[in-house]
Design a protein around this ligand. Sequence first.
Ligand code: ADP
Ligand code: MG
Length: 251
Amino acid sequence: MKLFFHGGGCGDSCCLRVQNLSVKIGTEQILHDVNMHVHCGELVALIGPNGAGKSTFLKAVLGQRDYDGVIAFSAPGQRDRRPRIGYVPQSPTFDPGDPVSVADLFSCCMSKRPAFLGLSKAMRNKVLECLERVHGEDLIDKRVGTLSGGELQRVLLALALEPLPNILILDEPLSGVDVEGMGMLMDMLDEIRKTYDLSILITTHDFSILDKYADQVVLIDHTVLHQGKPQEVLNSEAFANTFHRRGGATV
Ligand code: ADP
Ligand code: MG
């Protein structure tokens, strides 16, 4: 596995460059010949059927999966440093009966102080600051297990934004979120990427959001079948072959 960090390139904007990536799990070839370029401030949507290797791809980028090929990052002013990657995993579930509050969750992730001692005033203010980024200050005392799908995604997003990353990765952030929540979450991601000039990589099965929010769409089924502007990919033969003939598209 090779990991390069470099400055420059991409017109000096931070980016993620993936070349000839392949991933094997056991003897199974999950991904092969994957090539992709994500520019600074771009939102790139990975689409593909279940089992296509989308989550595996994200895990390789996160350094959680062995791979062959090149995954290279560059960020202005961060030459030779690993970029910060914020990650919101796919559908974590919390028990509604679990007494853990949003404040407790942040405390566990951000502080060494045991959660049962409660939040210091400084930490509570810090958590409120983090939640403000996702307009979620009112969620601080709610129990995590009782949050709606959209609220949970916003809380997880706030966690992934602290400290501010260079690249934000979200695995199916829209699953389990109602239509209204989807628009709200996508508007928020759009605002965050503009405010902080982040590159955002998401996987989704909700193709209706692509035209409005994605700069680039990458259709994957173990390898890249098509990539380009949303309409280009949605109207491609590869898209029709992958979804229409199998069924299951949500355009
Ligand atoms: P997607 O996110 O596109 O639905 P995944 O990346 O989760 O696809 O999975 C791609 C393939 O890799 C699937 O066939 C899946 O069974 C396999 N896979 C993923 N993770 C593992 C694992 N930890 N062990 C064995 N096989 C795995
Ligand atoms: Mg997945």
